[in-house]
Design a protein around this ligand. Structure first.
Ligand code: A2P
Length: 275
């Protein structure tokens, strides 16, 4: 079973469900990717900061799926911003992974106090033109950061990857993305090990459909049109997280999940040591 593809603004497409890999180490992530590929995953998300790109590359190269059928995302963090530093940064990522290109390259954080994300974005455009990144986007950007980026460069990010779950619904980001054709990608989509999945109403909704609370949450992301990257190193849970295309949450159940935000509309800002 493969996840459907979502179109990006530059003509490429991304599988709607991918495997999150933070905080797996090289050995764990290699094994996780081999297992995930067998289950039907065709999309893996990593970052220079995760320290596991070597293992990601080993997994991608040994999983038996042709490279062009796998969608690989990586991200460059603060040390690679400004002065074309992203060129050497991406080269080092590709070298660690043993790959010629990534499918999606993201600016990991805007770090607005450094004021370098616009020049970094111009370098990303060069990397895209050179074919080293098939699509380019950002992560942890707020609508104001996106506005600055687009006003100063005219280049719209394909994706903004943000922490997003029924607990942290970030409606302001979603509206802005929708207005500009930016795909919303959700990290920590299951609540990142919080008690979200213990919520009794999720269990009850899952029982209506014969699905687990995690599957209900992944399906909420899917029906909202997000790309979603649940992380698991457990093969049963990986399989569950992809097995969400044989049911549809009712309008009322979607609303019941929206209620789980309980006033936590914006969540907390990602800090530079986390995702
Ligand atoms: P594990 O890796 O042991 O499966 P997020 O993607 O929101 O960051 O959430 C990741 C956390 O959720 C991890 O602790 C992961 O644990 C757990 N998890 C992933 N998939 C499932 C699932 N289907 N059911 C329950 N827990 C899950």
């Amino acid at each position: 079973m493969n996840a459907p593809l979502i179109a990006l603004n530059n003509g490429t497409a991304i599988p709607q469900i991918g495997l999150g890999t933070w905080p797996l180490d090289d050995d764990q992530v290699e094994q996780a990717i081999i297992t995930a590929a067998e289950l039907g995953y065709r999309h893996v998300d990593t970052a220079a900061k995760y320290g596991n790109e070597t293992g990601v590359g080993r997994g991608i190269r040994s999983c038996g799926v042709p490279r062009e059928e796998m969608f690989v995302t990586t991200k460059l963090d603060g040390g690679y911003q400004g002065d074309d530093r992203a060129i050497a940064g991406l080269d080092a990522c590709l070298e660690r992974m043993g790959l010629d290109y990534v499918d999606l390259l993201l600016i990991h954080w805007p770090l607005p106090q450094r004021d370098l994300f616009v020049s970094t974005w111009r370098t990303f455009e060069k990397l895209h033109e050179q074919g080293k990144a098939r699509a380019i986007g950002v992560s942890n950007f707020k609508p104001d950061h996106l506005k600055t980026l687009m006003a100063q460069t005219g280049i719209v990010p394909a994706v903004n990857q943000i922490q997003l779950s029924p607990r942290i619904p970030r409606l302001d980001h979603r509206v802005f993305h929708g207005q500009h054709g930016i795909v919303t990608e959700a990290y920590s989509p299951l609540g990142a090990g919080s008690d979200l999945l213990e919520n009794p109403s999720l269990r009850q909704i899952g029982q209506e459909y014969g699905k687990t609370p995690a599957q209900v949450v992944v399906r909420w992301h899917v029906q909202n049109g997000f790309v979603v990257i649940p992380k698991s190193k457990n093969s049963e849970r990986m399989a569950q997280n992809l097995d969400v295309f044989d049911f549809e949450l009712s309008r009322n159940d979607l609303l019941a999940l929206d209620l789980l935000s309980a006033g936590n509309e914006h969540g907390v800002d990602a800090d530079v040591d986390g995702h």
